[in-house]
Design a protein around this ligand. Sequence first.
Ligand code: ATP
Length: 634
Amino acid sequence: MGEAGRRRGRESDAGLPSLATAWWDAHTDALARTGFLRVAARLPATMAGAVAVAWRADRADTVIALVLSLLGGVATSYGLLATRDVLVALFAAGPTLDRVQAALPALAAVAVAVAVRSALAIGAGWAQARLMPRVLTLVERQLFELTTRVELAAFDDPGFTDEMKRARNRGGLALQAVVRGTLDLAVGLAGLAGTAVALLVVHPLLLAALFLASLPGAWAAVRVARLSYVSERNRTSRRRRMWMLGELMAERLTAAEVRVFTMRGFLLGEYDRMAAAETEAELEVVAGQTRVRMLGGLLSGCATAGLYIVLGLLLAGGVLPLAAAATAVLALQAARMSLSLALTNVNKIYEEGLYFGDYTEFAHRCADRLPPPAETAGVPAPRAIDVKLAGLSYGDDGPAALDGVSLTARRGQTIALVGENGSGKTSLATLLAGLRVPTSGAVTWDGLPLHRAERADVWRHVALVSQEYWRWPFTAARNITLGTAEEDPARMRAAAVKAGAHQMIENLPDGYDTLLSRVFAGGQDLSGGQWQRLTCARAFYRDAPLLICDEPSAALDPKAEHALFASLRAGAERRITVLITHRLANVRHADRIYVLHRGRIAEEGTHGQLMALGGRYAELFTLQADGYLEERIA
Ligand SMILES: Nc1ncnc2c1ncn2[C@@H]1O[C@H](COP(=O)(O)OP(=O)(O)OP(=O)(O)O)[C@@H](O)[C@H]1O
């Protein structure tokens, strides 16, 4: 078992169980074994990818940054050769004044080269700074375009959500770092090339010696990068747990339960365990990196010493004149600076490139999970919805949540889905709304299979009161008109009245303009029932031909519940209404009631037919009704 496996084992000894193994663990070990040549081979592709993104973000600034960086290398080369001319003039025989005068033109050339190089570096830096925010926006926007389009089923896959988190948290910043690193590497390489040209002119052997001297540093840089990347990957799941524990201990929604269930000791204990494993892993990596750096430093030192010995021998043997040797020393110093810049950035590009690779892999995975292209143009408002032998499983090998379900719902009808918890009601509703594609069978709207239609066109005809609705941090008005292009105040108020939300909203400090989130200054929060009224108002505002209400009254008081169902009945003839509720008194008026049991339709019919049948429905209804019948107001 690898270290990662052993650590996972330790984590699951007590407390929370292990997190599901994520797909990336599979290639962690392969990455740890990546050799220098593979790293080197990977760099050009990473850099080309970065330049391509930079190009899309802003062509002009990309070209300016690259061209100015390369010109900087020319200025370096020119400056070094001018320096050699200065030294040749100064080391020549003759009176000092004459020698200084002879060196003046070359000195002027050196000054110009230095000034030009600085100006080019400033220009390149400015272009790079302008490029960075655009690169980040481009990458993030691309990610959100995908995450808001992929099939809903993708979110059931823990691997997908992990990858998404990593791509979100690190992808954009990693690409920024790769682009910055690529441009800086261009500066370093241009400087190095400029120096190399100067060295080549001085003596070709010096160039070879410089190349050999740079190898240990390059090896250490790449090795350090790989160590931190592999450790980061291994630590992701631990961090996820720590983040999850942090959320449980420092969130308003969990605060009451943490206290009343005396969870504090357990949660803090879990946190300590995770933190200890995290620190241990961190120290392991730092120790490994320090060893590599020490070895790299030692080898670099030896190589540099060798370089100076070569220089000394060439000088002693009379192969190299003194001025050329002095230029070579200057060139070597310049080369070392350029080399250090280049290596730092090789390091950075490689490491950040791996993280950006996660982003690009995630983008590819998203592309695989996008709905197929629509085969029809436009989707008319449904007059009849047909479900034929539909089955649904969550995940690749999950048990069937629905199995062979068939039903028809027509315009003007209200159908009710009832049944015990986990029987498949919500799953069936997601099929009717085109939110999920059945794993077997089909769902059609007026004969059109939903999976062949453009999803956005389908959802334009759907209003959903979801069981797990989101408390959108917008104003009350925006919460009602959510997702619709136009805001019609009169219609919005009418929808709020139908949902019993109008008076409640009017009583808020700023009425419909009250911000419903405590996260923002001056924001307000609502009670569970008040939020539910608002979500019902949203559904009425959409006034869609398919209205799905999944437990719309779970948090409502009896009066509000009564009013809501009266409103639902009032407009029922214009649409298809799907009602899901455990309060069976509310489904008595439904045109057809489907009783689900373990993903299948166990019974169906009107209230009267099902009561006469004396099956599950009759049993549940009688059970509930008895509770009310015992005590009546006299
Ligand atoms: N996102 C999901 N991923 C995996 N399994 C799921 C998911 N959603 C539902 N299930 C499973 O599918 C089955 C049916 O769930 P569903 O939510 O449709 O039941 P339900 O009848 O609406 O239940 P309830 O009355 O509690 O709302 C359950 O076994 C549930 O565990």
